[in-house]
Design a protein around this ligand. Sequence first.
Ligand code: CA
Length: 242
Amino acid sequence: MAQTILIVEDEPDLLSTLEYNLQREGFETRAATSGEEALRLAEHEPRPDLVLLDVMLPDLSGTEVCRRLRHKDPLRRIPVIMLTARGEEIDRVIGFEAGADDYVVKPFSVRELLLRVRAVLRRAVRTDETLTEETVFGRLKLDPSAHRCCVDDDEIVLTALEFRLLSTFLVRRGRVQSRETLLNDVWGIEADITTRTVDTHVKRLREKLGEAGAYVETLRGVGYRFRSRPDDVLRTSEGEAA
Ligand code: CA
């Protein structure tokens, strides 16, 4: 079934360009020209798989629309890409205040936008498949709804990316994950970043997790694998303590 994209844009020319190109790529589209209309259409069944959201709208700002979507179950899971003008505050758009998944700066090429759309959709599907409820693995506890990670009972503060990385590992435990797979699924971009970035982030994640970091094994020349059972590590540390 075709995926539906809700386009929220008050400039008629840009709106029709987006509709035309997204439809040509096989998406179904729905269009809103104001924030209120966007919020109404977002709830309409079938719910959109993604929202393209202009920041400057005649009534509500795009960031406000995004914030309201994020506070409304089940709309909070719909990925949002913001369309911003140069000079608008990207941090505010992408950061905690609005919680968008990605952004493109106007004027953008259709090709660039389509790449972002596909990347965000791919990431969203994968996230849906992943951790949906609190999961305990040995000394590690992950609560995706609260975005909380604990080792023993100490909370570990993780960035959004580290959290996604750890959730991905945990869901795919026991399975080898190449750096390319992780780049694709966790970062979700046909990346101009290198696979070395994955190593850097895994290293930092391990450091934050302390002893529980040993759940993530390095397979030299291949990638990583999260242990399939936690007791291997526990047994080792108990053995050392005894
Ligand atoms: Ca506008």
